[in-house]
Design a binder for this molecule. Structure first.
Ligand code: PGA
Length: 271
């Protein structure tokens, strides 16, 4: 039984659609692609709810084939910033475009930690996206230590810099942000609505300082152990425009429940 969580139609939250993006990380199978894609394609979605699967590269052709005539979107978790060349094992934006990827994740904390991807690298990745139709979803978020030492906003300011610079050069290009506190990723500990809401409001203010249109249009997702039992509260916050979901996007029942919770944010909700 899923509760009504909020009514985005009755507030000024209407400009931004909700995005629920599943980040499969290095998980999944061809079977799961089929099961998840078919369940999501069949599930009715409110027109303001977009759903996407960000899968390992190997599953992207299958996702494209299964989802191309549906409202379900797909994308990748990484891309190499060079347009082509001798980069064994890497995949660039041109290749992702051949499989009609809608989104690519940049700056995920696992990429930052295990692949030393920093703001300079992310700036190069963004540069290569300027000529593509792939929308970046930039992940930002602080460690527990940064939160405890009260340096979280400093950290987030640094992490936002590449996308704000890119936006100035490419104002017509949409992008999405995902606030993912590192201490909440894969830990089962979710940020409270107050904790996440405070950061989302702060991010929105940074966007406002660039311009009002950007602030009102840019989606800011929450990520970090989002599940059906905590998502309703998070989605009720006016500055939380959906979720970047890891673990719960690998289970058909959990992810489809999250879609239902997104639908329920609208009064003309689908049961
Ligand atoms: P989680 O992962 O939902 O398993 O915490 C979220 C993410 O890393 O994008």
């Amino acid at each position: 039984m899923i509760m009504m969580v909020a009514n985005r139609e009755s507030t000024n939250m209407t400009q931004r659609k909700l995005l629920l993006a599943g980040n499969w990380k290095m998980n999944g199978s061809m079977d799961l692609v089929q099961q998840m894609a078919h369940a999501l394609i069949q599930q009715e979605k409110h027109p303001n709810v977009t759903c996407a699967l960000l899968a390992p590269y190997l599953f992207i052709p299958e996702l494209q084939q299964t989802c191309q005539k549906s409202d379900l979107k797909w994308g990748a978790q990484h891309l190499h910033p060079q347009p082509c060349g001798a980069y064994t094992g890497d995949v660039n934006a041109t290749l992702l475009e051949q499989f009609s990827c809608h989104y690519v994740l940049l700056g995920h904390s696992e990429r930052r930690q295990y692949h030393q991807e920093d703001e300079a690298f992310i700036s190069q990745q963004l540069e290569t996206l300027a000529d593509s139709n792939i929308e970046p979803i930039l992940c930002i978020g602080e460690s527990l230590q940064e939160r405890e030492q009260n340096t979280l906003f400093e950290r987030l300011t640094t992490q936002l810099q590449p996308i704000l610079t890119w936006h100035k050069k490419n104002p017509e290009k949409p992008f999405t942000l995902a606030y993912e506190p590192i201490w909440a990723i894969g830990t089962g500990i979710t940020a409270t609505v107050d904790q996440a809401g405070q950061v989302h409001e702060w991010i929105r203010k940074q966007l406002q300082q660039v311009n009002e249109t950007l602030a009102s249009q840019c989606k800011i997702l929450y990520g970090g152990s989002m599940k059906p039992d905590n998502a309703a509260a998070l989605l009720s916050h006016p500055d939380i425009d959906g979720g970047l979901v890891g673990g719960a996007s690998l289970k058909v029942d959990l992810f489809t429940n999250l879609v239902t919770l997104c639908n329920n944010c609208y009064s003309s909700s689908i049961s």
